[in-house]
Design a protein around this ligand. Sequence first.
Ligand code: CTP
Length: 396
Amino acid sequence: MRCKKTVVIGVTGGVAVYKALDIVSRLKKKDIDVHVIMTKAAQEFASELSFRSLSLNPVTTDMFDRPNSFDVEHIALAKRADVLLIAPATANIIGKISNGIADDMLSTTVMATKAPVVIAPAMNTAMYENPIVQRNIENLKSYGYHFIEPLSGRLACGDVGRGKMESPEVIVEYVEMLLHSNKDLKGKNILITAGPTREDIDPVRFISNKSSGKMGYAIARAARDRGANVTLITGPTSLSPIKFIDVVNVYSSEDMYKAVMDNLESADIVIKAAAVSDYSPLDYSSIKIKKSEDSMTLPLRKNKDILLEVGSIKGSRIIVGFAAETNNVLDNAKLKLSKKNLDMIVANDVLDKGSGFDVDTNKISIITNDDIISYDILTKDEAANNILDKILEIKR
Ligand code: CTP
């Protein structure tokens, strides 16, 4: 059985070729076998030697001068690829593929592969906006080709506009997502909440909690990689935004309530990992509150319990809650499971070492109406996948 994944990277001519070197190096660090095909134009921008040194594999260049190996080579790479990435992709290669032209190593390999093809365009804004290029892109999208949209910015030609190739980091994340072989959540719409909420007291102060958002983000990323359509509703965090999912940024518990209700209709599964503030100030002061007495009392009002409300109108959805506790962890969590009409609750003791806020690990118990499983310490990514595995076991 072949375990190591193979990515074939087609490099076409453009200044962004230097970023393709970074892509190769990032993929190699993830233990992925990388094979590079360079077009003639690409070889004007970087040497075959640089790609060979980074990929540790021979680089395929145009081989009309060696017709015997040509046929064998493009079929071999086309078959071997788990993903075929073209980065940077010029208007020329996009036009060729869109029109079924296969006249060099890269275009013939694209025609011959059954692997997903990801195209990361890089070109001058006017070229990118040209209706012919746009028509070719739309045409290829309709055949299932993946496009990583270029960014806006200052281009090599000095123009400012759309056409700058996405960063190697984001391109590699997209490729990794496609390489993930387990797509058991394909077609499922999953709504996930994460992070804390903030309840403003005055223009400079708020009430919040220590949630980092890491657990909810890990679930969102794992669900995305397993093929789900993910909507992440997140309170303020310092985490990097997750790419290739729908993200709704919210601030207060009231904002989170509205965002959850707005997105509930299409959700098959709701996972509420957010730490919602239970109370907010009764009155917001529009000017900074000045200190006066030695002690002060801040009147608070109870916020809506979003999960309780979602549980009461759940229909055929699977609803998963979280319980971050400091004592009587399992009993408190079980009470929440029944009170909020949940299918599953994930409990953890935030005072436990390796299980608290802002760490990359968690020690969870997964409680359903049928059983309780307590896990040893896990990374949040592992915990996320265990939670998703258990959700898939729930019968509907
Ligand atoms: N939750 C919610 N809305 C709230 C409070 C909590 O949706 N206003 C959700 C959380 O996202 C979590 C679950 O309810 O999935 C449990 O949250 P937790 O703060 O542990 O419990 P509470 O119900 O707030 O009870 P308590 O604070 O008394 O432990």
